[in-house]
Design a protein around this ligand. Sequence first.
Ligand SMILES: Nc1ncnc2c1ncn2[C@@H]1O[C@H](COP(=O)(O)OP(=O)(O)O)[C@@H](O)[C@H]1O
Ligand SMILES: Nc1ccn([C@H]2C[C@H](O)[C@@H](COP(=O)(O)OP(=O)(O)O)O2)c(=O)n1
Ligand SMILES: [Mg+2]
Length: 232
Amino acid sequence: SSSSTAASSCQRLRHHLLPSEEPLALNRRLARLFTSQDGSDGGDTQKPFIAFVLGGPGSGKGTQCTKIASDFGFAHLSAGDLLRHEIASGSEKGELILDIIKEGRIVPSEITVELIRKAMETKNAKRVLIDGFPRCEENRIAFEKIVGTEPDIVIFFDCPEDEMVKRLLGRNQGRVDDNIETIKKRLKVFESLNLPVVDYYSSRGKVHKINATGTADEIFEAVRRLFSSLRL
Ligand SMILES: Nc1ncnc2c1ncn2[C@@H]1O[C@H](COP(=O)(O)OP(=O)(O)O)[C@@H](O)[C@H]1O
Ligand SMILES: Nc1ccn([C@H]2C[C@H](O)[C@@H](COP(=O)(O)OP(=O)(O)O)O2)c(=O)n1
Ligand SMILES: [Mg+2]
C-alpha cells in the first residue's frame, strides 16, 4: 500500500490516540492496526498465520495437509514437493537435490528456504501450512533468518516406525526414496535431526501432538478439533 494511503489512515486514526501519547507508542499502535487479523488489508501487509507440519516419513503429513487446506482455507506448501519440482525442472540445482534425496539426507537449507520463501510470496496467502519443514535445526534457523518470522503453531504427527514403513512401501508414487534402504536412512535422519526441532518448539509451547495411527479420517477428526479451536 502507498504512503499516501498510510498518511490518510494516520489522519483518520488520530482521534484514537490520546493527546499525551508518545510518538513511539503512536507508531506501535499504528503498526498493530495495520497488522490486525481482520483481513481488511487483503493480505499484503499482514503477516500470515503459519503452521509447520512435522512428523516422520509416512506419518501422513501430506494427506492431512490436503484436508486442512480445503476445510480451513490454508495454502499448502510441501517442502518435498517444491524440491521434487526443482528436480523435474532439470536444473543443475535439481541434480544436486536428487542425489541428496536418494540418500535420505537433508538438502542444504539455503536451497529449501529460498523455494519456500518464493512460494509464500507467490501465494500471498493469509494462512499457510508448511509441510515437511523444518527438518533440522539448520532448516529452522535459516527460515527464521531469511523469512524473518516464526511459526504460530507446529503440528506433530506421532506415528510408530513400523506403521510409517508400511505406508511408505505402499505409497506407489514412483518416488526414488520410497525403497527400504532409503527409508531406513530417512528414519535415522528423522530421529536424530527432526525430533530435536520438535523438542525446541515444544519447549516454546507451540507443538500440538496428534496421534497419527488409525484411518486418515479418524486422524482428521483430531486435526479438525485443533484447527476449529484456533483463532484464525
Ligand atoms: N491414516 C492412514 N492410514 C493408512 N495409510 C495412510 C494414512 N494416511 C496416509 N496414508 C497413506 O500413507 C502414505 C504416506 O502418506 P503421506 O500423507 O504421503 O505421508 P507423509 O507426507 O508424512 O510422508 C500415502 O500412500 C498415504 O495415502
Ligand atoms: N525440509 C526438507 C524437506 C524435505 N527434504 C528432502 C529430504 C526428504 O527425505 C525428501 C522428501 O521429503 P518429503 O517431505 O516429501 O517426504 P515425506 O512426505 O516425509 O515422505 O525431501 C529436505 O531435504 N528438506
Ligand atoms: Mg509428504
